[in-house]
Design a binder for this molecule. Structure first.
Ligand code: ZN
Length: 401
């Protein structure tokens, strides 16, 4: 182990309780999407206390902190979101209490609370890795930058604002969304399509006089679920595309009227072998097939577009073309253990940087399967390991002066 890594590792172990305490503090402050200012201000004040050269909060509630490099190295930006999904029926969602992981079928001590794995554990680790470097007097050549962004769970406006309004960018970006301590290199794209099924309304007391758009939509939804979704292609890098109906509404909205239209929304996670064009064709084929047996069936497919933000592409940081992947594997192996290379199931703000041509890697504590659930938690050992990984990655990417 190099001297610098031993120093980092020892500092993190000696300050273990302080690190857990900071993680708990940011869990204790509720920050559902759109209400991130308080937690952002708290993180900014801690960045100042921990010796960051700059720390600011923008108007959306994004917090950005920088430790200036001495010059001549690559800058490294760590991005995590500080907003979270609603707490639902979670018990003590903002407690941040330490528990035995057995309660969730997990091993070891865990920190529980809304946003623990998605993703305040990673955000806390990013801020604390900077603190470790500062307190150890380790000077980096390139800038070390951390942003805790707002509004990720509702579309990514926070990250976009840090880029457009604050030019908060770097040569290499790390996204801390849960990878369960493996190395994530990308994810599928997302397309949202609207389908409007047409009928003819009438008085609900005599449904035979009309054409019930809701009943017609059921036929199409059944085909989507039972025929189209299972048949989606598998891509060698991204895996299988997925597709699900997520929202439905009828018009007019009246309990005594047979609806004349039924509008439903499809969420498709796709890859280069299943584009928006393929989805459009597949849905129209279902409509054509249904018309053959039911002449009254009519429906319109409205594709999502990039312009209305109902479509975005995934990304993949190819290890063959991007040397930073091998550097990350080496650093993670030295600071923690050999990571597997993987693809996230969900989408992340990493796509926004990747589409600008910046290499993006992903590493974070917690498991995807606990995100947005009542079992939101992070293993303490993984949280502690993540601080070491981030600090050591920074030394490798930015260079030690
Ligand atoms: Zn997340």
């Amino acid at each position: 182990m190099s001297d610098t890594l031993s120093l980092i590792s020892r500092w993190v172990d000696e300050n273990r309780d302080h690190c857990i305490d900071f993680f708990q503090q940011i869990i204790n402050i509720p920050s559902p999407s759109g209400e991130e200012h308080q937690v952002a201000e708290h993180i900014a004040s801690k960045m100042n206390e921990y010796g960051y050269n700059t720390a600011k909060v923008d108007k959306l509630g994004d917090v950005m902190g920088t430790i200036k490099g001495t010059g001549g190295g690559r800058s490294f930006l760590l991005n995590g979101h500080i907003d979270h999904v609603p707490v639902g029926d979670m018990v003590d969602p903002y407690s941040g209490k330490l528990m035995d992981g057995a309660a969730f079928g997990d091993k070891g001590k865990v920190l529980y609370g809304r946003a623990a794995c998605d993703m305040k554990g990673a955000v806390a680790a990013m801020v604390l890795a900077g603190r470790a470097l500062n307190e150890l007097g380790i000077k980096l050549k390139g800038d070390y930058r951390v942003t805790g962004v707002a509004l990720e769970e509702v579309g990514g406006a926070g990250t976009k604002s840090t880029i457009v309004d604050s030019q908060f960018l770097a040569d290499v970006v790390l996204i801390g969304e849960a990878t369960n301590m493996e190395l994530a290199l990308g994810h599928r794209g997302s397309i949202k399509f609207d389908v409007i099924v047409h009928g003819r309304s009438c008085h609900a007391s005599a449904p035979e006089r009309g054409i019930n758009a809701l009943y017609k939509a059921m036929k199409m939804i059944t085909k989507i679920k039972e025929e189209l979704a299972p048949s989606l292609p598998v891509h060698p890098v991204f895996g299988k595309a997925s597709l699900v109906v997520t929202q439905i509404e009828v018009s007019p909205e009246a309990s005594n009227v047979v609806p004349e239209t039924c509008h439903f929304v499809i969420d498709c996670r796709n890859h280069p072998d299943f584009t928006d064009h393929h989805l459009y064709e597949a849905l129209n084929k279902i409509i054509t097939d249904l018309k053959q047996t039911d002449p009254e069936f009519t429906a319109t497919v409205i594709p999502g577009t990039i312009i209305n933000e109902r479509r975005f592409n995934g990304f993949y940081t190819d290890p063959e073309k991007t040397p930073v992947v091998d550097e990350a594997v080496k650093a993670i192996t030295e600071a923690y253990r050999v990571p597997e290379k993987k693809i996230w199931t969900f989408a992340t703000d990493g796509r926004i940087y990747a589409h600008l041509g910046i290499p993006v890697i992903g590493f974070g504590p917690g498991e995807e399967k606990y995100a947005h659930t009542q079992m939101d938690h992070v293993r303490i050992d993984d949280f502690i390991g993540t601080i070491k990984v981030y600090a050591w990655l920074a030394c490798q990417i930015c260079g030690v002066a």
